[in-house]
Write a protein that binds this ligand. Structure first.
Ligand code: ADP
Length: 403
């Protein structure tokens, strides 16, 4: 390896050999022949390093997991966070017992050998999938006779990786959703330029399909933009008092034509008192529109949609407003319920497409409600319809009035 001296090699080799030896000893491979070493390996931390208590107190103050080893790879100190990564950590024992990840063991070996900090990423499957980065830093305490130490610190990369995965999935899904109607459009354009050039009947038919596909693309882009706008503002709590009954009326009025087309009656039952929440009016309208539209599209077979606006209580006992949209259609199987608000998740993709769906509606509803400090709850029994409830905290002005 470039830059390494023969001395480095010797030191590294002996460090690795000591580590391997300790490992074998602990695993019992040579327990009888090396009983003296076993005792040494299990020595308490204070015996390993005179400053062990101080070192442990210092790393206890760190936010990330940290472990300190002596030159022979035995654990001198560790903090509570380190236990969540390596539950088997014991003072005085070889680190190899608790840190079994090959990449990490290798990095410790390299740090000991080259006397240079090492960075390594590794992945653990048990108990759950987690990604970490570890920094392995050789430390040479000045004038310290007890010898060099190795400091290991860890960062949990799992949340970052999950976001990266989600972003990649999202881009793949969004491109796929856009590519399908785009391919249809291109196909029809080609047909109209070629074989169907002079066929007026075919042209009218194709133009109709092309319009549907283009509308679908526009709707998808519209939903994507709305989602990203809501996410951008997620940290800004809306502050305008908005009364809910007029919103329900506006949404129902706007969807009357669709209800008539589908042969569905919409019944509205609202609390007599005004319910006021702090909200972004347009976002609430958009969210409720999605729920009512879904009920009309997917639950049309039930011929009836009930919308109720009522006062309720959060799980913590705080007052909230609830808007429930209930349909009496085919309902949703329980295994789908937890995933319905994921972007692009659909129970039946072709059914959703046939209804002009984008698979983003419920994700949008969830994000709108999160931003308003509320939540979406979904109840459904297969064959008996579905109920989607928007829970919104009542504004403090409303609370004062109620009191
Ligand atoms: P889409 O654009 O596909 O309607 P949504 O996010 O609004 O996307 O809904 C996701 C999926 O949830 C739908 O594709 C559909 O399978 C299911 N769904 C939503 N509302 C209902 C409902 N009222 N009854 C049955 N299934 C529903």
């Amino acid at each position: 390896m470039a830059g390494e001296t023969a001395e480095d090699d010797r030191e590294g080799a002996s460090f690795a050999a000591r580590l391997m030896h300790a490992w074998r000893v602990v695993r019992g491979a040579s327990a009888n022949a090396n009983s003296a070493t076993v005792t040494a390996a299990a020595r308490p931390a204070a015996a390993l390093h005179p400053q062990a208590a101080l070192i442990e107190a210092l790393i206890e103050g760190l936010h990330e997991a940290a472990i300190v080893l002596d030159r022979e790879g035995r654990v001198v100190a560790f903090n509570d966070e380190a236990v969540s990564i390596a539950p088997a950590l014991r003072h005085g024992e070889p680190a190899l017992i608790s840190l079994r990840t090959p990449e990490l063991v290798d990095a410790i070996r390299r740090a000991g050998k080259r006397r240079e900090p090492q960075r390594v990423e590794f992945f653990e499957r048990v108990p759950t999938d987690r990604w970490f980065e570890a920094f392995v830093t050789p430390v040479k305490p000045p004038g310290e006779r007890a010898g060099d130490l190795v400091l290991l610190t860890f960062n949990d990369l799992t949340p970052l990786r999950r976001v990266e995965e989600m972003r990649a999935d999202f881009i793949a899904n969004a491109s796929h959703e856009l590519r399908t109607p785009l391919a249809a459009l291109l196909g029809f354009i080609e047909t109209l330029q070629g074989p169907a050039k002079n066929d007026t009947t075919a042209r009218d038919k194709f133009l109709g399909i092309m319009q549907t596909q283009a509308t679908r693309m526009a709707r998808l882009i519209d939903d994507l933009l709305s989602l990203s706008r809501i996410e951008l503002n997620a940290h800004l709590q809306p502050s305008t008092p908005v009364e809910l009954a007029p919103i329900v009326r506006q949404v129902v009025d706007g969807l009357m034509t669709l209800a008539r087309d589908r042969g569905v009656d919409i019944n509205v039952a609202a609390e007599p008192d005004a319910l006021v929440v702090l909200a972004e009016r347009d976002e609430l309208i958009r969210a409720l529109e999605n729920l009512v539209e879904n009920a009309l599209k997917y639950g049309a077979a039930g011929k009836r949609v009930d919308i109720t606006l009522a006062r309720g209580q959060t799980r913590a006992g705080a007052p909230e407003a609830r808007i429930t949209v209930r349909d009496f259609g085919p309902g949703i199987a329980p295994e789908h319920l937890p995933r319905l608000t994921e972007r692009f998740y659909r129970v039946d993709v072709s059914d959703s497409r046939a209804q002009g769906g984008t698979g983003l509606g419920l994700a949008l509803v969830k994000h709108v409600l999160n931003r308003h400090g509320g939540r979406l709850s979904i109840e459904s029994t297969l064959g008996a319809g579905a109920a989607f409830t928007m829970h919104l905290p009542l504004s403090s002005a409303e609370l004062r009035a109620a009191q």
